[in-house]
Design a protein around this ligand. Structure first.
Ligand SMILES: *Cc1c(COP(=O)(O)O)cnc(C)c1O
Length: 230
């Protein structure tokens, strides 16, 4: 029995590697693949790192911190989930990038916690362009206000924007949303002023819509299910 399960474990590790190779062959070299490892075991997550993907995304603070100690390798941890202000202090100084800054309250909290720890925290502003109630994020109309606020924060470095595509099969609608975020991204590349402008990250596209996101200019995609397909 044991031998059988070891074999299937090995098969699955190889499948994960092939899934990753397939995704990488779909995207240009300069687009960063963030492997979304949420809800997957430490072994499955380690298989992703062993396949050479070092950007890992988690959507719960507890899960991220629990895995962080156990995974071997030069991992850059990305926090991509809905963020509560009381969890910010656990993430600051621990992750490479927080994708999901979706309110002024969160901006302010990241600034205070980063100042306390004397670090600069890299963030993306999340927008809810599909206007779906279930998603958090700023409205498009809040772009200027959010960027101005962030520009006043000495302990925050704005790296770009993030969104989740609309829940639809209609590819025209998906294109439209991603193109809108790209336009906003191009705008803030010019308007954001805070030391060195390091806006270089447009995080959009998941299993169902990453090819569209890449067409529309994503520099970073966040893929979960397709990596772990058996
Ligand atoms: C789960 C999740 C993903 C990955 O979605 P898949 O459909 O599994 O590829 C990407 N981004 C966010 C914010 C997520 O919560």
């Amino acid at each position: 029995m044991e031998i059988v399960s070891e074999k299937s474990d090995l098969d699955y590790r190889e499948k994960i590697q092939r899934n990753i190779e397939k995704i990488k062959s779909d995207i240009p070299d300069d687009v960063t693949l963030v492997a979304v490892t949420k809800m997957h075991t430490v072994n499955e997550t380690q298989a992703v790192v062993d396949a050479g993907v070092y950007d890992l995304g988690e959507n719960r603070e507890q899960d991220l911190m629990a895995k962080k100690d156990k995974i071997q390798g030069p991992v850059r941890w990305h926090f991509i989930g809905h963020l509560q202000t009381n969890k910010v202090k656990y993430l600051v100084g621990q992750v490479a990038l927080i994708h999901s800054i979706s309110s002024m309250k969160l901006i302010n909290k990241v600034e205070t916690e980063s100042e306390k720890k004397d670090v600069v925290t890299d963030i993306l502003l999340q927008f809810n362009l599909a206007d779906e109630d279930t998603k958090s994020g700023f409205d498009a109309t809040e772009l200027d206000a959010a960027v101005s606020r962030v520009a006043q924060c000495a302990h925050i470095r704005l790296r770009g924007l993030m969104c989740i595509g609309p829940m639809t099969e209609n590819s025209d609608k998906i294109h439209k949303i991603f193109a809108q975020l790209k336009q906003m991204y191009d705008k803030i590349k010019i308007t954001y002023k805070n030391g060195d402008n390091e806006i270089d990250t447009l995080s959009m596209g998941m299993t169902n819509d990453y090819p569209i996101a890449v067409e529309e200019g994503a520099t970073m995609i966040r893929v979960g299910r397709k990596i772990f397909e058996r």
